[in-house]
Design a protein. Structure first.
Length: 600
């Protein structure tokens, strides 16, 4: 195998090192060659980021006959040492808000509406914060400092003593085995036990997204340690991950040559990273792009959020009849559910006042959509906020839209058969596609400037940094070409044979039109909504202001709509032409049965 000089320097190194590897730079190959060059009797531990990476790494090491390499994840190590020993029962996911209310007996707590549920939400997040930290006690943390939204922070400041004490009680119940433990808990208990790992070398992959708890375990070991990752691919700060490459005082090596994409894609990635200059001193990374696949087999749409991705999927399913098959990375059903378990259908039933059909216990506590939005403001529950936005835009069209999407979805994992793949950036981490299209829900330079001018808060700066990383990760998923909205581009960045620029309206015009159509400006204002205050839109007010968009259809309108449909015009174009919402256009297309009549 022909290795670069940078790879050879890493393989020939001694002592503890850290490797900053840009996207597509062959870090897995480098780590495998590093392990193969160590003495045959060496005991080597490879710490993988998740189970899927673990399985793939085991396969590669086994094929090369490297049986002296043991592959684990942080959680698999902790599970073997903690869960078996204490005979804990582990639940599949995190505790839901209503379960915490019931377990801690918070029912009826406080005079404020839904106060026990708001309290329980923050108890849950404090537990997650503590379990991922390297601290020994809950009191060693100050949870309010990581909350950005002013209303949520004000609520927590007022009730923090109680939230902290209840979090301690909940942790104690897990520790005693009175209730099932969560995955974060047994990893935390493993870290607090100060384990000693009997290996000569420990290779820590995806170090930029390590939890402080796991990093503490790693740094305590006497083995020769290698941390590998990409400083600019840190995208799990919301899970309290930290960049271990910055924390470890080891000799640094770089892998700056990307075999995945061409130099113009590399230039785009570097220019996006330069936006970090606005929030902190930035050391530019020089990426050399040597990729040249020339293939267009796999095509993907990537979005920052589930909302952005779902909106893109709706656009493809309703606007592009030639797309016959699609595939969602991960479980397709997860895109219609928030982490808490509430579904789009629960929120739609709340919107319609059909409470008897609501299945989620948290949503069942809400008397109206306004109450749900008030809860969202006091908990910073971004996912629920996104789902409310979808319900406000699409309303009772949602069941038919989701049904259409699922009808075109490829079953199983044979995504090669799909015409187009849909994925959020988090789900696409570590993957690559021949061609990608980006949704317009990422941060951009204008939004960064606005946020920086409004706040000097370090917590906000940290989130801006991560948002820039998300765009960088998205851009670097391509092997060949990228279609990118012009508002996401650095100033005066040119198109090329690999970079196709989608011209959008000015941001002010786009914002105006989004408001007209009854939608929160999720594409452009997502981050500022989260960090510097939220804005709610009332469909009733919008409809009063734009009555013409809801006027009855006449025969002349129907004829024009039919002609535009047959010409292949997109729903967005038709909505603009008729001065109606996209939902109204889709409803009329369905009413006239245009798909049945004119799509063969």
């Amino acid at each position: 195998m022909l290795l670069t000089v940078q790879q050879q320097n890493i393989i020939n190194s001694t002592g503890n090192i850290k490797i900053n590897a840009v996207a597509g730079s062959g870090k897995t190959t480098t780590i495998i060659e590093y392990a193969r060059s160590r003495p045959k009797n060496s005991k080597i531990l490879y710490l993988a980021f998740n189970r899927s990476v673990k399985i793939e790494a085991e396969r590669k090491f086994r094929e090369l006959g490297l049986y002296n390499v043991k592959v684990e994840t942080a959680h698999s190590l902790a599970y073997k040492n903690i869960v078996f020993k204490h005979e804990y029962k582990v639940r599949a996911g995190a505790y839901r808000t209503h379960e915490i209310v019931e377990i801690l007996g918070l029912n009826g707590f406080g005079s404020e509406k839904l106060m026990e549920y708001i309290i329980a939400t923050h108890i849950n997040r404090l537990i997650t914060y503590f379990c991922n930290s390297d601290k020994t006690k809950v009191h060693d943390l100050h949870y309010p400092e990581i909350i950005c939204d002013p209303k949520a922070k004000g609520f927590v400041d007022k009730n923090y003593a109680f939230i902290r004490e209840q979090a301690r009680q909940f942790l104690a119940k897990m520790d005693a085995g009175d209730i099932d433990v969560i995955h974060d808990f047994y990893l935390k208990k493993y870290q607090l036990s100060k384990p000693k790992l009997n290996y000569d070398f420990i290779l820590f992959d995806e170090g930029q997204d390590a939890s402080p708890a796991m990093l503490d375990v790693f740094l305590r070991q006497t083995a020769t340690k290698v941390i590998v990752g990409d400083t600019h691919q840190q995208i799990y700060g919301w899970r309290h991950a930290i960049n271990s490459l910055e924390k470890a005082d080891y000799k640094i090596f770089n892998l700056s040559n990307s075999f995945r994409f061409s130099q113009d894609i590399a230039n785009l990635a570097m220019e996006i990273l330069k936006w970090k200059d606005q929030i902190h001193s930035f050391d530019p990374v020089e990426i050399t792009g040597t990729g040249n696949s020339g293939k267009y087999t796999s095509k993907a749409v990537l979005a920052r959020t589930n909302l952005g991705l779902l909106l893109k999927a709706i656009e493809y399913v309703t606007d592009r009849p030639k797309i016959k098959t699609i595939y969602f990375e991960g479980n397709i059903n997860s895109y219609t559910y928030a982490d808490e378990g509430a579904s789009l259908y629960d929120i739609l039933n709340l919107y319609n006042g059909k409470r008897k059909f609501i299945k989620d216990k948290l949503i069942l506590q809400m008397n109206s959509l306004n109450e749900l939005e008030e809860y969202i403001e006091k908990t910073e529950d971004v996912q629920l906020g996104m789902m409310v936005t979808i319900v406000k835009e699409y309303g009772n069209e949602i069941p038919d839209i989701i049904r259409d999407i699922k009808a075109k979805h490829i079953d199983g994992d044979d995504k090669k058969m799909a015409d187009i793949i849909f994925s959020t950036v988090h789900r696409s981490k570590g993957m690559e596609y021949d061609a990608i299209q980006l949704a317009n829900d990422f941060i951009n330079k204008e939004k960064i400037e606005k946020l920086v001018s409004q706040s000097r808060n370090e917590a906000i700066y940290s989130k801006i940094n991560e948002e820039i990383n998300l765009l960088y990760v998205a851009v670097t998923r391509t092997r060949n070409s990228i279609h990118i909205p012009d508002v996401l581009l650095p100033d005066d960045f040119p198109a090329s044979k690999h970079i196709f620029i989608e011209k959008l309206e000015s941001q002010s015009e786009n914002r105006k039109k989004q408001s007209q159509y009854g939608v929160k400006d999720a594409d452009l204002d997502y981050l500022s909504d989260v960090l510097v205050g939220k804005t709610s839109y009332s469909l009733k007010k919008i409809r009063e202001k734009h009555k013409e968009a809801y006027m009855p259809w006449n025969m002349e309108d129907d004829d024009e709509l039919t002609i535009m449909f047959c010409e292949g015009k997109r729903v967005t174009e038709m909505a603009e032409y008729f001065g109606r919402t996209k939902g109204a256009i889709r409803a009329r297309i369905k009413k006239l049965e245009l798909k049945e009549k004119y799509i063969f």
